[in-house]
Structure formats: C-alpha cells, structure tokens
Design a binder for this molecule. Structure first.
Ligand SMILES: Nc1ncnc2c1ncn2[C@@H]1O[C@H](COP(=O)(O)OP(=O)(O)OP(=O)(O)O)[C@@H](O)[C@H]1O
Ligand SMILES: [Mg+2]
Ligand SMILES: [Zn+2]
Length: 234
C-alpha cells in the first residue's frame, strides 16, 4: 500500500492498536480524500440510475431539453409543488387544457421526467395509442389483450394521456375509453390528460362519455393554459 494519499499527496500516519494482546500497526490516511472520492462515485452512480429511469420513459425527442428548472411555463411553479408532494394513489391527477401550442404536452412530459427521476413509475402515452393496444388481436384474443392493456396501466404511479379527445370514437372505443378511465379511477392511480378546447368540444357532444367526464371532474385538478402558441413565435 502506498504511504501517501494518491489524491493530495499527504503522507499517511501510523496507528498502533492492541488486538488480542498483540500490537498491530496500520498505515492510515491523514485526509478524507478517499472518502470524498467514494462519495462522488456513489453520487455519479445514483445520478446515472435516475437518468436511466428517465430514459426508460422513451419520450419523444422534442421534450429532451426540458426539466422543471429550465421551463418557462405558466404552471411550472404548480408542477414543482405537484411533483414534490406526489404520493401514489393519493395525489389528484391533472387536466391541462388550453389552445394549441402553449406547452401542455411539454409540461406533462416534464412532470413524467421529474417523477421518474424521483423513483416513481411514470408513463407518457396518448389515448389513441392505448385504445389501439386494447384492440390488437381478434375475437377472444382481443378481449384478453384489452384486459392485459388495462392491467399494464395499473403498474404505473402516474400516466399521461396526451391529446385527449383527438381520437375517433367507435362504439368499441367508447367502451374501452370508459374502461381505462374507470380502472384508473377505482384504483386511485393519478393520471393526466392534455386537451384543446376544440377536442373538448368534440367529445362534449358524445353522451357515452359523460360518465367519464364526471369521474375526471372529481379526480383531476384543472390547469388552464392561456398564453399564445410557442409555435408561432419562431
Ligand atoms: N415552456 C416552453 N418554453 C419554450 N418552448 C416551449 C415550451 N413549452 C413548449 N414549447 C415548445 O412549443 C411547442 C409546442 O409545445 P407543446 O407541444 O408542449 O404544446 P401543446 O400545448 O401541447 O400543443 P397542442 O395543443 O397543439 O397539443 C413545441 O415546439 C415545444 O418544444
Ligand atoms: Mg399537445
Ligand atoms: Zn488526500
């Protein structure tokens, strides 16, 4: 063993201890460099684990640059409070609504990232994607696939359905969307919808969706987005 610190060069000192009647000598560092280096490595490893959880969300690349700390958004402060106080099965969900292009999907994705970073199981999807998954297969297989998809959703602590109301509703889809919302509602899984006024209007006239709106009104906190589109700024 070297008798100087490999980081700062300070010489080690010798410690004598009596063990079972025998004097043992031990060369020990006079500084805490080794401990600090170990702590740094541990921190880097923890950060890598958190980053891998965020990457596992497989979010679209457009959301990559954004985190709560660098997001100029009218609800960034609300979102900070939300993620810091997040409790699976206890927190309310979110309904982010407002006109086109003002950052609803981006904030929803950032909330997923922040929750994944903190160790929660989050998922970012669209209602269309989830309904498509439920409808894969035919006959009995399709019914099983629908049940499997619903069960998969229950593995998450927080789920975003981006662009609610943009999907086209067939009678089967109306049943399935009810099943999705009702499943999350009864299991008290917080979920988040983003929607535009025109999509909200589209589905407002579908009587079968009333029971869904009712449940959503109870379990989702509504954040209205009012600013002009970022897309028109460039
Ligand atoms: N806080 C922000 N600061 C700067 N750019 C942003 C911000 N939020 C979103 N953007 C950019 O603005 C564009 C629209 O964002 P986003 O898709 O989140 O809006 P949206 O409200 O979901 O739109 P839509 O209603 O059409 O679904 C994207 O290019 C996005 O990168
Ligand atoms: Mg959007
Ligand atoms: Zn040292």
């Amino acid at each position: 063993m070297s008798n100087t610190c490999m980081f700062c060069g300070k010489p080690y000192h010798v410690e004598r201890n009596e063990v079972a009647g025998r004097i043992m000598t031990l060369s020990v560092p006079s500084c805490d460099c080794e401990e600090r280096e170990e702590a740094k490595l541990r921190q880097a490893e923890e950060k890598a684990v958190k980053m891998r959880r965020v990457e596992a969300l497989r979010l679209p690349a457009i959301f990559s640059p954004y985190w709560l700390k660098n997001l100029q958004c009218e609800h960034a402060a609300d979102a900070q409070i939300y993620v810091e106080g997040f409790r699976p099965h206890k927190s309310k969900g979110l309904f982010l609504w407002g006109p086109n292009g003002n950052g609803k999907s981006t904030l929803a994705a950032v909330i997923c990232k922040e929750l994944a970073w903190r160790g929660y199981r989050a998922r970012f999807t669209t209602m269309t994607e989830t309904l498509d998954r439920m409808e894969q297969g035919a006959g009995f297989n399709r019914a099983q696939q629908a049940q499997r998809t619903l069960k998969e959703l229950l593995a998450y602590d927080f789920i975003v359905f981006d662009d609610y109301g943009r999907e086209n509703y067939t009678p089967v889809r109306l049943q399935n969307v009810f099943q999705i919302v009702d499943k999350l509602y009864t299991h008290q899984t917080p979920f988040c919808m983003t929607a535009n006024p025109e999509c909200i209007k589209r589905i407002a006239d579908i009587p079968e969706l009333e029971a869904i709106q009712d449940r959503m009104g109870q379990v989702l906190t509504s954040w209205e987005f009012t600013r002009a589109s970022f897309r028109r700024e460039v």
